[in-house]
Ligand binder design. Structure first.
Ligand code: NAD
Length: 372
């Protein structure tokens, strides 16, 4: 969609002028142009111009409340390409050595860290020290201790820290959450989350313990963990987990291939989940209550998300997840909007505490108590 902002940019209006110009916006969670937005626009620099960074940048073309204005990359050729593709001025381009200078750049409000997981901690702490809001991809760090350090650093610097939990803004997901909150499933008894894909290139960072922090659990299993929390509305109090590894060359020490894990919740509800880098067709959620159920497949991919409940098909609008996420993050950062499911650093730390407990349960073979 060619936005009015694109049109105005062609006319050469400055970023500041654009911030002050009211225009039609997308209502959160819909693809309809139905509201006028005249608040501040979140001006974002993306750090890490890889696969997902590119998806976010493309999705941001349709944002009405957020705009890609800068880049941070170690590859000059990528910077050039992004500059011409997205109209990014030279003064908003940084590399990993000099990006602390962003503190002097009043045209950038936030940095979105989209690098390998093992780098999130140090980069977010540097973003905070530069006085910019930090948006960080999942998993926000490689363990809860590092995640907490990031939360503390952002608090100290008085900047916001948000995690790229795009499903927290997805309309069908939000409808299931609404139904559960409204008691339409009755007392929740069971959640099943199955997340995985067959991973390719054995040399990629996702299979490097230092850069990934682990294996499939860090990358894709986290969706089942996060989903079990927002679908049931409870936090687990115990964890059990079992690992299977069929290829010890590809999946080295500390890089999990497949883990099955179970949670117990305070209400007595239980969850049974699977995280894998060695099976396809796994993107399924199932929520079972005394009065009804919800099932979603695909449940966390880029969409369209599909699903049904005991009442019939879920037919909420299909959205571009990252577009809605970035518009909503503008509202969270500038207007203190409270999303239905939080996307703040504390939320990220909760998932990491559970991941720590899962790895401990795998190692010890014991039931591990967890407190998030
Ligand atoms: P990618 O490999 O495609 O891109 C990573 C980028 O980081 C590259 O541009 C690379 O050059 C850069 N980089 C900087 N330092 C690096 C180093 N030392 N080693 C390797 N690369 C380095 O990966 P991706 O798929 O874009 O994933 C990046 C982050 O985004 C991860 O944390 C991942 O979990 C997350 N992600 C989230 C979603 C989502 O739906 N929310 C989807 C995919 C990835």
């Amino acid at each position: 969609m060619n936005s009015r902002r694109d049109f105005l940019q062609k006319l050469g209006l400055s970023a500041l002028a654009l911030q002050l110009v009211p225009y039609s916006g997308w209502a959160a969670g819909t693809d309809k142009t139905e509201q006028v937005y005249d608040g501040p626009v979140l001006r974002v620099a993306i750090m890490g111009l890889g696969g997902y960074g590119t998806i976010v940048a493309e999705a941001m073309r349709k944002c009405t409340k957020a705009k890609l204005v800068g880049v941070i990359s170690g590859t000059p050729s990528k910077v050039k390409a992004w500059q011409s593709k997205y109209g990014i001025p030279e003064k908003n381009c940084y590399n990993y050595e000099n990006f602390d200078n962003i503190k002097n750049n009043s045209d950038i409000d936030a940095v979105y860290v989209i690098t390998p997981n093992g780098l999130h901690h140090d980069f977010v702490i540097r973003v905070a020290a530069a006085g910019k809001h930090a948006i960080c991809e999942k998993p926000m760090a490689v363990n809860a201790k590092e995640g907490q350090e990031m939360v503390d650093a952002c608090k100290k610097a008085n900047v916001k820290l948000l995690v790229g939990y795009r499903m927290h803004f997805e309309p069908k997901t939000l409808e299931v959450i609404r139904m559960r909150q409204n008691g339409e499933f009755g007392k929740i008894r069971f959640f099943q989350g199955q997340c995985g894909f067959t991973i390719g290139d054995p040399t990629q960072w996702r299979l490097n313990k230092k850069l990934a922090g682990g294996g499939s659990m860090m990358d894709i299993g986290i969706y089942a963990i996060n989903g079990s929390r927002y679908m049931t509305g409870e936090e687990p109090i115990w964890v059990t987990a079992q690992e299977t590894k069929t290829d010890t060359v590809k999946f080295k020490e500390g890089v999990d291939e497949t883990i099955q894990f179970q949670f117990g919740f305070p209400s007595g509800a239980v969850a049974s989940c699977l995280s894998t880098y060695n099976m396809n067709n796994l993107d399924r959620f199932f929520l079972d209550g005394e009065k009804g159920f919800a099932e979603m497949q695909p449940s966390t991919g880029y969409g369209p998300i599909k699903g049904r409940t005991h009442l019939g098909e879920l037919n909420q609008p299909v959205t571009t997840h990252q577009t809605v996420q970035m518009d909503e993050m503008c509202e969270i950062i500038f207007n203190n909007k409270k999303p239905v499911v939080p996307v703040n650093g504390e939320e990220g730390v909760k998932d990491l505490k559970i991941i720590d407990a899962i790895y401990l349960a795998v190692k010890t073979g014991k039931k591990v108590e967890v407190s998030v």
